[in-house]
Design a protein around this ligand. Sequence first.
Ligand code: 59G
Length: 229
Amino acid sequence: EITKEQRALIKAILDAYNRHQIPQDVTKKLLQEQYSAEENFLLLTEVATSQVQVLVEFTKNIPGFLSLDREDQIALLKGSAVEAMFLRSAQVLSEKKPSGYTEVLEERIRKSGMSEEFMTPMFNFYKSIGELHMTQEEQALLTTITILTPDRPYVKSHEAVERLQETMLDVLRKLCVLQHPQEPQYFARLLGRLTELRTLHHYHVEMLTSWKTNDHKFTPLLCEIWDVQ
Ligand SMILES: CC(C)c1onc(-c2c(Cl)cccc2Cl)c1COc1ccc(-c2ccc3c(C(=O)O)csc3c2)cc1
C-alpha cells in the first residue's frame, strides 16, 4: 500500500544518499596511512569532516528540508551530525561483503585515544545495527528520520519538522512491512536504534572533551558543528 508519491520519495532519498559519499581519496587514506593513536585520530578527524560536508549535501536533497526555516535547518544539522555519523560508520563496519574499510576503520577507532568507557556502548551499537541487515532504502530513510528530529536544541518550528519526520516514518514503516514480512517487529527494532543513537550522542560530548583535554585538535567545521573550542 505504498503510494506513488511515497515511492517517489524513497527514490529521491535513496538517490541522494548514494550520490553523496565521502570521496575515495579521503577514505583511501584509512587503508594506507600508518597506525598510531595520533595518526588514527587525524585520519578520523579528516574523514568526519568530509562526512559532515557529505551530510550537508545529502540533507539539502531531503524533500521539504529546504522549505524549513533557515535557522532550523542549521539546528537540525548540528543536532543530528553525530547520530548520522554513527549510522554511516555503522553501515561501513557491518557490511556483509567487507569493503576493506571494515577492519581498518574499527582498528583506527579503537586506537584513536578515545577512553575505553565509550568503546563498549559504541561497538554494541555497531553490532546491533549489523544484526538488522538493513537495506539501502532503510539506511537512507533512517538517516533522514534522524536528521528530521524535531526536539533538537534551538529548533523553533517544531511542528513543521515533526510533519516532515512523520511523512518519512510512515514510508519507513510500510517499507519494513514489505521488505521484512517475516519480522513484524522490524520497524520497532529500527526505531529502537534511534533511541540508542541518542545515548551515544550524550557519550560523544564527553568523548570530545576527553580528546580535547589530551590536546587533540579538531577542524573548524567540526568545532562549528559540535560547539567545541
Ligand atoms: C573527529 C573524529 C576523531 C571523530 O569524533 N567522533 C567520531 C565518531 C566516531 Cl569515532 C564514531 C561514530 C561517530 C563519530 Cl562522530 C569521529 C570519527 O567519525 C567518523 C565519521 C565517519 C566515518 C566514516 C564514514 C564513511 C566511511 C566510508 C564510506 O562511506 O564508504 C568508508 S570509511 C568511512 C568512515 C568514520 C568516523
